[in-house]
Design a protein around this ligand. Structure first.
Ligand code: SAM
Ligand code: SF4
Length: 426
């Protein structure tokens, strides 16, 4: 989502006559898009800003965008006086105005209001990937998970109209894109603000129907709002990819309640059942937090048992990181860092064994991949399956023909924990 925000910002700047350069050194204006989801990411920002400082005297203008900008606000000017612009994502619609102020010689410009019902839509998005295009359909978050900074940094939930989403999708298809990824902090909480009033499942079905689009993905789904019609929509149309990312965070209902996640373990497992009973095999991935305040060994074991039960195809796992303004910050029974590290390692080892097993089960199958790149050193093409697995393959008989962007059938011959290897079926 951050990467796509950057694409929109770059596009907006280019439309105003700016040109993009290869390195920060070559730039006159440096806009740094930031993440504050965990403390480590935030620390990186201030370290990087110190590095920029060396170039500050050379007539360069620095701006900080994104969640650290929103969270720290004008304090950034104190910590890094060489910064001239600080703007959170809820203010990006005002970026053109802010740039005018900078061009007029204004030394300090801020965009920090969260009071908005607008989404950042721009026809000028400069996309980095020539085949997969991201479309934000919903911004912000109205939930209040006890550990999470997003509701404080990205503002209230607001959806785009279905007509504007379909129009952008059609424009992308006309420009040659074949894959669309719909984005939102909670993408499935989408609610069409126009008279059409579509829910997420209805929008999915229509986006999949755009002529020229061969794959549609979406992320991230919140379990509470993950309803059966979403699985029915996937079932009805193979353009909707065989993959759902459904962050569980913990396998313990006690922890889920403390986190204010709005679902129990059983309610989550019902969603997993729908996915497992679908007509096509749908890959399921998740996010896990270990070491949330008060997490006992028994709670942690519930998470490990959930991993065994669901058998995720992949997961992101994090040590709980205390964040400003959040409810969990002041909760008792914070877990020591070494214990969080121990639990994280156990989760990752357990999941590695599951992935080795699940990936090995694909050996011998033929999968359609979108060719995304070439690994010259290994002489392999890099493809991605509908289930979002990386499948590296050789394509004898096609010579050096440029395959990137094409869809090919590939037979899986080997599997590791994180990717598959195969050969094209010509
Ligand atoms: N909205 C999505 C949901 O609720 O499932 C998640 C979006 S959040 C930006 C991405 C992931 O970051 C979360 O699923 C969670 O696992 C992780 N995360 C968020 N805050 C965290 C924190 N304070 N410490 C550790 N991990 C965190
Ligand atoms: Fe953060 Fe929870 Fe909102 Fe996801 S639903 S963005 S984890 S507050």
């Amino acid at each position: 989502m951050n990467a796509h925000d950057s694409e929109k910002v770059v596009g907006t700047l280019i439309s105003r006559g700016y040109a993009q350069v290869e390195t920060p050194e070559a730039a006159g204006l440096v806009l740094y898009n930031t993440c504050s989801i965990r403390d480590k990411a935030e620390q990186k920002v201030f370290h990087r800003l110190q590095q920029f400082k060396r170039d500050a005297g050379k007539g360069k203008i620095f701006g900080v965008l994104g969640c650290v900008a929103q969270q720290e606000g004008e304090k950034i000017f104190e910590k890094a006086p060489h910064v001239s612009l600080v703007a959170g994502s809820a203010s990006y619609t005002k970026l053109p105005e802010m740039l005018v102020q900078l061009e007029q010689g204004n030394r300090r410009v801020t965009g920090l209001s969260l009071d908005t019902d607008e989404t950042f839509e721009t026809p000028f998005t400069r996309r980095d990937n020539p085949h997969r295009a991201y479309i934000t359909i919903i911004e912000g978050c109205d939930k209040s998970c006890a550990y999470c900074v997003v509701p404080f940094t990205r503002g209230p939930e607001r959806s785009r109209t279905s007509a504007s989403v379909l129009e952008e999708g059609q424009r992308l298809a006309d420009a040659g894109y074949t894959e669309i990824q719909l984005l939102g902090q909670n993408v499935n909480s989408y609610g069409d603000p126009s008279a059409a009033g579509w829910d997420f499942a209805t929008l999915l079905a229509h986006v999949a129907g755009i002529p020229g689009i061969r794959r549609v993905r979406f992320t991230t789904s919140h379990p509470r709002d993950f309803i059966k019609p979403i699985v029915d929509a996937i079932d009805a149309d193979p353009v909707l990819c065989d993959h759902v990312h459904l962050p569980v965070q913990s396998g313990s209902s006690r922890m889920l309640s403390a986190m204010d996640r709005l679902y129990t373990r059983d309610e989550y497992m019902r969603r997993i059942e729908w996915l497992k009973n679908a007509r096509r095999k749908i890959a399921i991935t998740t996010d896990i937090i270990v070491g949330f305040p008060g997490e006992t060994e028994a709670d942690f074991n519930d998470t490990l048992a959930l991993l065994d039960e669901v058998e995720y195809d992949s997961l992101f796992s994090f040590k709980y990181s205390p964040r400003p303004n959040t409810a969990a910050l002041t909760m008792g029974d914070q877990i020591p860092e070494e214990e969080k590290t121990r639990r994280l390692t156990i989760v990752q080892e357990r999941q590695r064994a599951i992935q080795i097993r699940r990936n090995a089960a694909t050996i011998g199958t033929v999968q359609e991949v979108l060719v995304e790149g070439r690994n010259q050193a290994l002489g392999q093409w890099i493809g991605r399956t509908s289930q979002n697995r990386t499948l590296n393959f050789v394509a004898d008989g096609v010579g050096d023909e440029q395959l990137i962007g094409r869809y090919l059938d590939v037979r899986v011959t080997r599997a590791g924990p994180n990717s598959l290897v195969g050969e094209s079926v010509m």
